[in-house]
Design a protein around this ligand. Sequence first.
Ligand code: GUN
Length: 308
Amino acid sequence: MAQILDRVLNGAAIAAEIRQEVAAEVAALAARGVRPGLAAVLVGHVPASEIYVRSKVKTCEELGIFSELITPPETVTTDEMLALVADLNRREEIDGILIQLPLPPHVDTKRLLDAVLPEKDVDGFHPVNAGRLQAGRPALAPCTPSGVIEILKRSGIAMAGTRAVIVGRSDIVGKPAAMLLLNENATVTICHSKTRDLASITREADILVAAIGRPGFLTAPMVKPGATVIDVGINRITDRADFDRFFAGDAKREETFARRGSVIVGDVDPHAFDLAAAYTPVPGGVGPLTIAMLMANTVKAAKLRRGL
Ligand code: GUN
């Protein structure tokens, strides 16, 4: 039993540990008269974004970080958003600026993200931070891939010298995950939707990171027995046939599906986890790390900006 439990990498517990460390840092900064501050910008009414952002603000409160929630209407223009960001860039008590994505289609997202001061870019989305990361300089790195690294490190899974394969090339997860793993001395391959003979590559992975945004995309034949599988995907499925494909015989999920009409599945078919030496479950794996790393980045930004 213990062995089986050990195979499941407990993201929730690791996130709790990081939050504790951040709270201790916040307390140490308070003794020096510094209080880290995060501004969260939530545009319009996207239900998933509302849940995420409220959770981010609540976690700030729990850790002693100052937070401010700004909620422009759905009709906000790019120019109005640029003015808002310029104001946050100027304000001394704001160390981190988080613009929750996605934004309404009429807002120029890239222009806006580029307007955030790189020193306050706690999401690590600014090209200057992407460049710093790839140049091996101190940077604010995107939260979710940073969380992946923390899970591996804190679970005692060695990265140096291993073959790491990332499926997915997004600017937010896949690309920065590749850079972070490379900085840990893994040999890194990035695959994506157009990769030929994907399975032959994923089967070579000692560390397999799934971040392609498709429910149960990585199946058992694509996983090397004994690999560590990190599932970044969060996909809601409502279709009975999908449910049966992934979760037939799982009484707990059956109950959830009956009650809610949907369940969450990652980018990895749960049957593929059977082959893994260790894996992150969905939910409760990588997900909890995203907010914990945002908190860590906010404190890091507060310290860097003050030369501490
Ligand atoms: N939308 C989904 N994930 C994220 C994230 O990590 N940061 C921001 N700003 N928006 C998101």
